[in-house]
Design a protein around this ligand. Structure first.
Ligand SMILES: [Zn+2]
Length: 383
């Protein structure tokens, strides 16, 4: 398992390099265990990999859904090379070790061990490792839009999905959604010695920023269900994190844009939030005829809220002898799988606070523990 994890880290699945190399590592590992898998590849380097372990089909199937990609190593210097997969003092260092190649190695190992043991399964195991979770969830979306074959292969349907993301062995059933918006103002360029001949896009943006100061009070109010804190998730949040505008000091800028990161609650609808923002723009325009601005959705992930009292979650908790479910700060591909109408839990090895940071590592003992946990989960749900 350690060697598998090292190879996965060394496959360097950043957005630039794509996921194909890691999909091939998993495919080879499954082949050694006599398990067929299918790599779905596109744009030269992008890839999902899917494997299905057939059963008698008497019980509903269990889906393990991972992501193959990692974020880049960043600017900081690492103690060990970011894609070296160096082993030291019971840990393996490298980008993706925690998020989430440790979880992938554990799930692949658990599945291989179950198959190797010859245990008869009553429900199928479906394994997916998808592309692009860190950027646009293209792999999960591709899998979902192309999984019309699922009912046929798993006649009893899916019992639920397990996402082996690093939760440090907490059972996670909720996270907030993410809505990334870009608001752009358009102006009219002019020589800045005669600014009255132009329309200053930065000045237009100031009007929006002033309005957004009031946004949490006005637009995330009770009608949008954003003011009421969620039991596990707390409040909705909004943060303006990028701004750019103007090219040179002697020209009135004709364009300015900001990037807004909104973290949403399950009761909120992303379309409503965008519509609210558009209303703000209309209101400003009605007071300033020269004002011109638009909103674009750059990226969105729906919130996740799995009913923690449903049978799947209760059984999952009881199998692992964990009494409570939790929420996490990060987002995941889980809402895409929840859109299949199945309960989804996030559960895996690795410390969430190490993700996306320099010197990311995972304890080898945690990967081993996760593999055992996944084996037990498979046996509980599928035998
Ligand atoms: Zn992840």
């Amino acid at each position: 398992m350690k060697e598998l994890l090292k190879k996965l880290i060394q496959s360097e699945t950043t957005a630039d390099k794509g996921e194909l190399a890691a999909a091939e590592v998993i495919s080879a590992e499954f082949r050694r265990s006599g398990i067929d898998s299918r790599i779905d590849s596109w744009d030269m380097t992008r890839a999902n990999i899917v494997a299905r372990i057939e059963s008698t089909g008497r019980r509903a199937a269990l889906l393990f859904a991972c992501h193959l990609d990692v974020v880049g190593p960043g600017e900081a210097t690492w103690k060990h090379p970011a894609f070296g997969a160096v082993e030291s003092e019971g840990k393996i260092y490298g980008r993706g070790s925690a998020d989430m190649k440790g979880g992938i190695a554990a799930a692949v190992t658990a599945i291989s061990r179950i198959v190797g043991s010859g245990r008869k399964l009553q429900g199928d195991i479906i394994f997916l490792a998808a592309a692009g979770e860190e950027t646009d969830s293209c792999g999960a979306r591709r899998f979902i839009s192309d999984c019309g074959w699922l009912p046929e292969l798993a006649p009893k349907g899916l019992a639920g999905a397990v996402i082996p993301e690093p939760t440090d062995f907490a059972i996670v059933t909720a996270h907030r959604g993410m809505l990334w918006l870009e608001v752009t103002t358009k102006g009219k360029a002019a020589h800045s010695s005669m600014p009255h001949l132009g329309v200053n896009a930065i000045a237009s943006m100031r009007l929006i920023l002033d309005e957004l100061e009031n946004y949490p009070r006005v637009f995330l109010s009770k009608t949008r269900a954003g003011a009421e804190p969620h039991k596990l998730l707390g409040k909705c949040s909004i943060s303006i994190n990028t701004i750019s505008g103007g090219k040179t000091l002697n020209v009135v800028p004709d364009k300015c844009s900001i990037g807004i990161d909104i973290r949403t609650l399950p009761a909120q609808n992303h379309r409503d939030i965008v519509a609210d923002l558009e209303k703000i723009l209309v209101k400003i325009k009605s007071e300033n005829p020269q004002f011109d601005a638009g909103v674009a959705v750059l990226r969105e992930v729906e919130p996740l809220e799995t009913d923690c009292h449903c049978d799947f979650v209760k059984e999952f908790c009881s199998c692992l002898e964990i009494g409570e479910t939790k929420a996490v700060g990060f987002t995941s591909d889980a809402p895409y799988f929840a859109s299949l109408g199945i309960p989804v839990v996030i559960f895996g090895p690795g410390k969430p606070h190490l993700c996306h940071k320099p010197d990311e590592y995972i304890d080898i003992s945690d990967v081993e523990k996760a593999a055992e946990n996944y084996e037990n989960i498979i046996l509980r749900f599928l035998t």
